[in-house]
Design a protein around this ligand. Structure first.
Ligand SMILES: Cc1ncc(COP(=O)(O)O)c(C=O)c1O
Length: 394
């Protein structure tokens, strides 16, 4: 018999993917250049040349076994050593290779982090607006995702709601900063307050509440924005990193789990991840990409286009009367729609080939997300369609 959980999921496919497929199909009719497709967070800037050159060099110098044999189950030891050293240098941490576990992107990292600290029935809290894939990430482990309503004025944390929702079943809290979809970075003040509450509630309930920090956008922070390293503020933090966005290589599936050395159970967690992998069939990311990122840990793609695009869109949207919290990073912006029903709003925008994602699946109705990881030239051309849409429809 087929498992009903997955059968049911077929009729609730990702809104983002559906809209992206629509944009591609529309592109076949009118030319993709004429479709202002703001749906997918698929980085458009190229991978840095240094990464490609490293891969070429590895292919021409390493043995077949080193490149194509089974990698150690926690990741290649030299790679883990280099990741730990880079984090220590940049963020003043004390990781060793024993705190690092190589994964297939942030998704792979989160799959392990959740299984380290929750069992079926436990609650995991996250904050709206949130990445909709957290639903399957959490719920398919058997734990239950609970979403704290947004603070729509700032998209920092709604602490009042958070404190009322945390309870003895809360085993983990998941944060994502810089945030998809709001583009907001949690401030030092926010992270400190969060850490204090977690410390106090852990004491109250007699067990550690772990913080899972999902950080694929950690390197995409705009000029002058306060974007602290989360693990520095709370010992029981499991950081989930991805190179998908910072090096523009989401198809390569590479990231890691970094366990705060002071986290309860820190000495066992990376090896436990190795055991979790056996059960979920994750195994290690490919050796070639592990070795390639290890040589380029302090490098990012040229991401200046994202800040440029953000400024253009933010200025235009606010000029047109949209309420919008200015993003501090990522390549997303999350304005309030011009009517309460964001789905209807985005449907109308589609008539102008301006395609954004309504916010309902992000747990924060009445907004829409634009993923502006596209060329500045296209962003600029899209403004006329946006202006016509607003003028004619509202
Ligand atoms: C907030 C967030 N978390 C996790 C992921 C998954 O990232 P990865 O491609 O590295 O698995 C994404 C991807 O878009 C994301 O936006």
């Amino acid at each position: 018999m087929l498992v009903q959980t997955y059968v049911d999921m077929l009729s609730a496919k990702s809104v983002i993917r559906n809209l992206s497929e629509y944009a591609v199909a529309r592109g076949k009719e009118i030319g993709y250049d004429n479709v202002f497709d703001y749906t997918l967070g698929n980085p458009s800037v190229p991978v840095p040349d240094a990464v490609n050159q490293t891969m070429i060099e590895l292919l021409s110098t390493k043995s077949s076994m080193e490149l194509h044999g089974y990698s150690q189950s926690l990741g290649i030891p030299e790679v883990r050593v280099k990741v730990a050293a880079s984090l220590n240098r940049r963020f003043g941490m004390n990781y060793t290779m024993d705190h690092i576990f190589m994964t297939s992107g942030a998704a792979g990292a989160i799959a392990h982090a959740l299984r380290l600290v929750t069992v079926p029935g436990d609650e995991v809290l996250t904050f709206a607006p949130f990445f909709p894939e957290y639903n399957p990430y959490v719920n398919l482990t058997g734990a239950v995702l609970k979403v704290v309503p947004a603070d729509v004025k700032s998209f920092q944390i709604n602490f009042e709601a958070f404190e009322s929702m945390i309870n003895e079943k809360t085993m983990a809290v998941m944060v994502n900063t810089p945030n998809n979809p709001s583009g907001i970075c949690y401030s030092t003040n926010t992270i400190e307050k969060l850490s204090n509450i977690l410390t106090e509630k852990s004491k109250q309930y007699g067990h550690v509440i772990y913080l899972i920090s999902d950080e694929p956008y950690r390197e995409i922070v705009f000029e002058g924005v306060d974007a602290p390293y989360v693990s520095k503020f709370y010992d029981h933090t499991i950081s989930c990193y991805s190179f998908s966005k910072s090096l523009s290589l989401p198809g390569e599936r590479i990231g890691y789990v970094a366990i705060n050395p002071k986290c309860e159970g820190a000495d066992k967690m990376a090896v436990m991840c190795g055991q979790i992998s056996r059960g979920i069939g994750h195994n290690c990311p490919a050796s070639l990409i592990q070795l390639a990122v290890a040589e380029n840990l302090d490098l990012t793609a040229d991401m200046s286009v994202y800040e440029r695009n953000m400024n253009i869109l933010y200025d235009e949207l606010t000029d047109l009367g949209f309420e919008c919290v200015k993003p501090g990073g990522t390549f997303y912006i999350f304005p309030k729609a011009l009517e309460d029903d964001a789905i209807a709003f985005c449907e109308k925008a589609k008539r102008y080939d301006f395609i954004g994602v309504p916010s309902d699946s992000f747990g924060c109705p009445g907004h829409f997300r634009l993923a502006y990881c596209i060329s500045t030239e296209k962003v600029e051309r899209s403004l006329e369609a946006l202006r016509r849409f607003v003028r004619e429809m509202y």
